[in-house]
Design a protein around this ligand. Sequence first.
Ligand SMILES: [Fe+2]
Length: 186
Amino acid sequence: MRQTARIASVEEVFKLLATGGGAAYFGEPVTVLEHSLQAAWFVQCLGGDDALIAAALLHDLGHLLHSEGEDAADRGLDTRHEELAAAALGEHLPASVLDPIRLHVAAKRFLCFAEPDYLAGLSPASVESLALQGGPMTAAEAEAFLKLPHARAALALRRADDAAKVRGLQVPPLDAYRALVASLWR
Ligand SMILES: [Fe+2]
């Protein structure tokens, strides 16, 4: 079920997003690609640096790397997509990109603990996956989370992630981010 995919080039990243990203996004009103582009755009609008913009663009790449299908959560399955993406990109991008990607699910669990209104604002699909991902953090987990490198960046990414589900929103296209990702690639 889980593939140990490795991504070898910037071209491969963009091909994956362009071809696989047209799939429906887990009960949300946008595709994976639309969602990724909106997340990157929101981070950019809020003054996020290049690493965080790249993280936002690539944070759900893991959904395009497993074969469990769009309804995995409905079947009670956590695909650990955040780990899949970070592992696939791990040799080529810095921790400032990989850590927020890896932590964006933990960030949701943190915000559910830290902000009483946060859970109420989540989409139904996000609430469904939350249960599979471990539910809200405990106080001890939240304290430990904040000490992790790039935890604050992961929280910023998470807020963009949650907002990036707007049907029909016009944002810059995928190609607008090619040079940015290439500048971080090694
Ligand atoms: Fe997302």
